[in-house]
Design a protein around this ligand. Structure first.
Ligand code: AVI
Length: 317
């Protein structure tokens, strides 16, 4: 089957075909975020083990005034991979202290997440004009449509789900659209004790396992797959060499899965894994280096007392 045919079948067909026929097998993390996966991710953000969201929110709450002062008064706020935009409210509320209205542009691949973001922001902050944009982050030229000064948010540790070269390419794409008045606010998770890291990706209630398996459920729903979800074990491990948490789905037994719309049968050996996600954990020098490679200078970083997470304000150089 040839690639352009696959694209016609479904937007996920090409990635699924390429990933499941590669060795080792893999599926791209963006496959998590259909409506069901986005809802599961929201559940993850509220788990006691998942410190990421809570820690970032605390940093934003504590430093909102300074972040907004440095970003400038009249900014348009554009949030990449916005999700439910829960934490962004803290910044928008702060901006509204000095202004009658703020324009907020959440950008995401999930229509459901954008609708939820719009509803919750409009309900909580009626003076915020929400202008959702449904798209992937591969082409950022649309940023030029919005009046400056702009504050581009890439928070939630989303950068951690990208490889370094992808992260730098994305940051470069942002930098290319920004002027000297504009700012980037970047949220990064930091390297920490494994006793904290591992449970965050393997919670006792099994929500992360369901989130992981939703990739298989989605293939069943959208491409006529026959994955038995219970036939795959959720695996989260720390790769010290690469400084990342990896998530995999491991076949509990030998099995054969048919994916009708791809005309594909995949044979899994017992113990064979599908690599579904990387979540990189950074140090401050590494963040500074990534930003520098993309043409950004670091203006200020804020962290929590335990040094688990950091938020960075950057400008183009
Ligand atoms: C969206 N992203 C930052 C999450 C993370 O922590 O890497 C996705 C996630 N995967 C498992 N739990 C949460």
């Amino acid at each position: 089957m040839i690639a352009h045919n696959l694209r016609l079948i479904s937007p996920i067909a090409e990635d699924v075909y390429a990933g499941l026929t590669s060795s080792p097998r893999r599926l791209p993390a963006k496959l998590f975020y259909d409506a069901a996966g986005s809802a599961l991710f929201e559940e993850i953000t509220r788990l006691p083990e998942y410190y990421v969201t809570r820690t970032e929110a605390a940093i934003l709450r504590r430093h909102a005034a300074e972040i907004c002062r440095r970003a400038g008064k009249g900014v348009t706020v554009i949030e990449l991979a916005a999700g439910s935009a829960e934490k962004t409210r803290l910044l928008l509320a702060e901006l509204l202290r000095d202004r009658m209205s703020v324009t907020y542009v959440p950008v995401d691949v999930s229509e459901a997440a954008l609708a939820a973001a719009r509803d919750s922001i409009e309900r909580a902050l009626p003076n915020v004009r929400v202008q959702p944009v449904l798209r992937e982050l591969s082409d950022l030229r649309f940023l030029a449509r919005y009046p400056g000064p702009r504050l581009v948010l890439f928070i939630g540790s989303t950068i951690g789900n990208l490889e370094d070269d992808e992260a730098v390419a994305l940051l470069r794409g942002i930098a290319a659209e920004l002027g000297p008045q504009d700012r980037l606010l970047l949220g990064t998770d930091l390297v920490k004790d494994l006793a904290v890291l591992l449970p965050a990706y393997n919670d006792a209630g099994g929500v992360t396992a369901r989130f992981n398996r939703n990739q298989l459920a989605r293939i069943n729903r959208e491409l006529g797959g026959t994955f038995d979800l219970e036939g795959f074990r959720h695996v989260a491990l720390w790769n010290a060499e690469r400084s990342r948490i990896e998530m995999h789905l491991e076949a509990r037994r030998r099995q054969s899965v048919r994916i009708r719309d791809l005309g594909l049968v995949v044979e899994f050996a017992a113990g064979e894994r599908i690599h579904t996600e990387n979540s990189y954990k950074y140090t401050l020098p590494r963040v500074r280096a990534l930003l520098a490679q993309a043409g950004f200078g670091l203006e200020q970083s804020w962290s929590d007392e335990r040094g688990w997470y950091a938020v960075h304000l950057a400008h183009i150089r």
